[in-house]
Design a protein around this ligand. Sequence first.
Ligand code: NAG
Ligand code: NAG
Ligand code: NAG
Ligand code: NAG
Ligand code: NAG
Ligand code: NAG
Length: 284
Amino acid sequence: MKILTFPLSSILTHVFLLSLLLPFSASTSPGNSLSRGSSLSAEDESPALVSSDGSFSCCFHNVGSNAYTFSIWFSKSNENTTVWTANRDSPVNGHGSRIIFRKDGSVVLTNHDDAVVWSTNTSSTEAQRMKLLDSGNLVVVDGDDNDVFVSSRTRYNSSKYGVLDEKGQFLASDRLAFNASDWGPGISRRLTLDYDGNLRLYSLNESTGSWSITWAALQRMLRAHGLRGQNGILAYTPLPQCSCPPGYKMANTSDWNKGCKPKIEINCDNPHPFKFLELRNIDF
Ligand SMILES: *[C@@H]1O[C@H](CO)[C@@H](O)[C@H](O)[C@H]1NC(C)=O
Ligand SMILES: *[C@@H]1O[C@H](CO)[C@@H](O)[C@H](O)[C@H]1NC(C)=O
Ligand SMILES: *[C@@H]1O[C@H](CO)[C@@H](O)[C@H](O)[C@H]1NC(C)=O
Ligand SMILES: *[C@@H]1O[C@H](CO)[C@@H](O)[C@H](O)[C@H]1NC(C)=O
Ligand SMILES: *[C@@H]1O[C@H](CO)[C@@H](O)[C@H](O)[C@H]1NC(C)=O
Ligand SMILES: *[C@@H]1O[C@H](CO)[C@@H](O)[C@H](O)[C@H]1NC(C)=O
């Protein structure tokens, strides 16, 4: 199995770049854009921006006690699935944080103390509005609805790319190509590098709000290593479940990622009797 050789953020960048090439919708239904000189506050309850077709929302999202992020997510998913977060490593305070479209043309996320946490770096440009498109892309556009480009959009090597198109076909420059099992237009999909190390394509069922897997890089997930710590055993039944081998216990009883350790101290000066056990259907 060939696997992708570039980070997911690169894929997303290119998916987003692709979407920029698509014709823009002429409709400007209320709520999908923020104009120069205006701002959004973390205290606002309702979604700040909603794409014209209602598929995506963008607003402050509570991620912890008084910790908020400015994020885009799939409105029709019942799991609040996030697409993108402005500087996700730096959540902001729930009081006094704002998204501000400054008069100089840049859009910034500020914390309660007015420190800039994220910026579009579009100052001194013709930027007029920030729009949330039906593709889920958040763009800064000028008065003619053309994208406002900054220094360089991507620091990745642009000769390497991966594109997921509207029908669910993925094509990459390393010739990896696959189709969603529900191939065809009109379905919201996301390609996600999951926490267990597998890359999966999901399709949204808009009537139930739930996601189903329509492609996965590793069909037999047991081939994905690294989910559990040392000496842990991961089984799919079909949900992932962890256990320790005989004679071992959890290294930390509240954290499986710390793996398993022997129940006895192994000490060469005072050796315990030991034996080897065969563990069937387990790959190291
Ligand atoms: C989704 O987000 C809303 C608003 O932040 C919250 O009230 C709701 O509990 C969230 N739902 C889930 C499943 O996390
Ligand atoms: C804006 O510029 C800063 C500093 O160069 C950079 O860290 C940041 O990623 C840029 N923001 C965007 C949205 O490109
Ligand atoms: C980009 O990658 C290609 C293929 O690996 C390589 O030939 C090219 O030199 C790279 N370009 C840059 C600017 O790194
Ligand atoms: C995806 O399906 C379409 C329609 O059947 C087909 O033309 C295309 O070659 C398929 N792509 C891949 C990568 O299998
Ligand atoms: C969405 O889920 C409903 C209820 O399970 C099901 O009847 C329907 O066929 C699903 N739609 C698609 C497109 O899979
Ligand atoms: C066990 O793991 C939890 C969560 O990672 C951590 O907070 C705790 O300090 C750990 N306990 C020990 C004894 O290392």
